[in-house]
Design a protein around this ligand. Structure first.
Ligand code: ZN
Length: 299
């Protein structure tokens, strides 16, 4: 099939990004970072040959197949490498060894091509990540993307790379969706995160929020009509918990223990709270303190 990403094979889709729907009406922020800072090592990109109309390029941890310019391929790969290192450091304290095999990235020429090749729903910009695993051990990672350059570099690439980073690291099974999506959205630019959060107060007023216990114990995505609330509340809760003592590393341990021992026990162990106490503290942060902070700092 012409639009199939080179070397494509069917994996079980584990992490979807329908949340990009939320970006549709707002232009992405202008500034994005695809150049190394002064103190960062240069990330080497090697361009490969062409295969079935797809051009290849690779770095230490990623192999990209695309139909774009070399400059675009390099920007996507460098953003992916930076996001991978940053997320590994943030949640697990160290970057560790390179991925073997490399994580495959397919960058499609359009949303239609993406949807046709992967069977994923058509959306204005986004992607998903497939993980093949055997008893908790990750065998391969595969990211499928489409969208504008700014959209990809500010949001979709760091988001999907975070899913690839978290796979196999938070317990023996699949990463629970609320944590997986909350952690992945936090890797995006602040303007993207804010787009997820903007309707939270309205949903709260409509009594549409999940109870904390329900959210933490959810195994999968909710019904499509509730996906916006689910993403927003998940990212807000993960953001709140990573600001507590112990930061991101404690949050990762909380999820790992929650998956093994249950979330009531893990919540008590890591934060000293019951579900009701977490709900009270989170709501104060999400609907009072945070808004005051934002207002006083002018955005
Ligand atoms: Zn996602």
């Amino acid at each position: 099939m012409a639009s199939q990403c080179c070397g494509g094979s069917l994996f079980v889709i584990l992490t979807l990004l329908p949340g990009s729907l939320a970006y549709a009406e707002t232009p992405p922020p202008a500034a994005y970072k695809d150049k190394a800072g002064d103190d960062e090592p240069v990330i080497e990109v090697r361009h490969l040959g062409e295969q079935d109309g797809w051009r290849g390029a690779e770095t230490a941890n990623f192999r990209l197949w695309h139909q774009h310019t070399r400059g675009m391929a390099e920007a996507v790969l460098r953003t992916a490498e930076r996001a991978r290192a940053a997320q590994l450091r943030k949640w697990f304290g160290a970057v560790g060894p390179n991925w073997e095999p490399k994580c495959r990235i397919c960058l499609y020429s359009s949303g239609e091509a993406y949807s046709q090749a992967t069977g994923a729903p058509l959306n204005p910009g986004g992607g998903h990540t497939d993980i093949r695993a055997d008893e908790g051990r990750v065998l391969s990672r595969s990211i499928h993307l489409h969208g504008t350059r700014a959209f990809l570099l500010n949001g979709v690439v760091p988001h999907e790379v975070t899913h690839a980073v978290l796979a196999g690291r938070l317990g023996s099974g699949r990463v629970p969706r609320w944590a997986d999506e909350g952690m992945a959205i936090l890797a995006e630019a602040q303007a993207h995160i804010d787009m997820h959060l903007r309707f939270l107060p309205r949903w709260r007023a409509d009594d549409a929020l999940y109870s904390i216990r329900t959210l933490l114990e959810m195994r999968d995505y909710p019904e499509p009509h509730a996906i916006g609330v689910f993403y927003a509340q998940s990212v807000s809760l993960v953001d709140f918990l990573t600001r507590q003592k112990g930061g991101a590393a404690r949050f990762a341990a909380f999820v790992r223990d929650g998956e093994r021992d249950g979330y009531a026990a893990s919540l008590r162990k890591h934060y000293g709270w019951s579900f009701a106490e977490l709900d009270r503290h989170w709501q104060r942060y999400a609907f009072y303190e945070k808004n005051t902070e934002t207002a006083s700092s002018g955005g």
